[in-house]
Design a protein around this ligand. Sequence first.
Ligand code: PEP
Ligand code: MG
Length: 583
Amino acid sequence: MDTHLGIAASPGYAVGPVHLIATAMLVPERRSIPAAGIGTEIERFRDAVGCARSEIQELVRSISRELGADEGEILASQLLILEDELVWDATLAVIRLERINAEAAFNRAIGDIVSRFLEIEDETFRERVTDLKDVEQRVLRGFAGGGPPAFRVPHRPSVIAARNLSPSDTAALGRNNVLGFVMDEGGATSHVAILARSLGVPAVVGLKGVAAALPDGQTVGVDGIEGKVLVDPDPGAAENLRLLSRQQVVVNEKLSGLRDLPAVTPDGRRVRMMANIELPVEVDEALARGAEGIGLLRTEYLFFQHKTIPTEEDQVRVYSEIVRRMEGRPVIFRTLDVGGDKVSGYLGAKREYNPFLGWRGIRFSLANRPLFKTQIKAIFRAGEQGPIKLMFPMITGLEELREAREICAEALVELEAAGLPHARGVDLGIMVETPSAVLAAPLLAAECDFFSIGSNDLIQYTLAMDRGNSRVSYLYQPLHPAILRSIRAVVEAAHAAGIWAGLCGEMGSETRLAEVLLGLGLDEISTHGAALPKIKQVIRWTDSGEARDLVAALLQTVTSAEANAYLADYIAERKRRRLEEQP
Ligand code: PEP
Ligand code: MG
């Protein structure tokens, strides 16, 4: 038995035979054409793109039907590539200048864009490369009238192994006879990982050459939690994976029983458990997991679904639907947070040399006051349907908070004047996600109604590590002494001013950190839907005094490594004691 370590991309366990998918890449032949043939080649390119477009649209429809609109959106981004001016201009230029056939010109154009993207150390661009290659192959097939890629589908339950499956191949495979995915490329946020999680199929990615080299039919074990692949597992190891898989089902059933119970510690400390969502389709999942409200609604994703700026009425419709469906539970709207890695052509937020230090979050909104005010009005109007709160991203100081509040006040006056029904007395809070907001927390707390700590950005900015750059991802350390002290300072500043403090970054979704967040005194934790029950379970098990002692001990450590080791030992001891206590 050989054990290989990759990246855990989708939780769960599986044992089964390998079904190897080796998708042969089409490489077009290069042919010279006469000047008179240029028009024909451009027409052929147009037709091939049209063919690819229809295929992708059909796939988007079928995925949305089977898995939900969100998953369909993953492929919808490929439609944008087909319309991309960069792709069209480059292809037409090569046809005209080099006088070569359209498929070879298109292949060259995509190749150039891909190599430029690969030079950039950024996960977002790497993801785009997978999409670009997927689109390239589809258009190349389109020159011959289209059709599916030439790969075999599994006829018995199998573990799919490949160098890298494109999003459309993954979607085409669906759940049919798929026990799990093992892949050489990709990261935890790659499309195949997202689709595997939606399909509920375990996946390990980033296996660096191991996956594509697996012999077809070879038995493998997949551990999607530890990110391990066991090649030819011995009977004991295989049985263990099967047992873990059965246990997982039981644990999930048990956790679903917590849905309507509060997150309250045995000694009576209550924490609000909320969900982070991007789009309305996630509301059902949030409710099914027992969310007490939406702790972070990333409104920019609603904007990304549009090709032009959504009108106030468009926004009122979508926001109202979310508030209504939450049936009286509060929804915290975060105003537009574009910029950084979230760029959008039509909003005018473009790629910058230092995007995370650039024109993003509240800076963008304050520079686009009419757009900002329209969004605020739409949110206030949606507040007619149920309780809402509003918060601003990327606040660095009081000037920004005061200006944002001023725009809220203007929005209210205008809504009154127009006689449009809207919520009154809406709590206005800020995301605490910059080191300056941490240091100025007592000043900010005096002028807002709540804090929500954005740990993803707070860690990025405090430790000066680009959150999208895999080379420095080792610096993502939620237990770094600076981060623990920052969170403690923010909570203390909030409580001293009589306001509440929550946390809505990914740190809140890590089960191992739940007791730490409890001990740090947070009033609210907002997680992605799937993580919510586990965090609630930890809170319901943990005495708040013990959690505070744990934090005091962690604050004595002087490095992240020391803190991680301390916490790991603490949790292991915890588990051992709990097992002993069980009858
Ligand atoms: C954060 O920064 O932690 C956060 C929740 O916001 P986003 O991930 O959208 O930047
Ligand atoms: Mg953020």
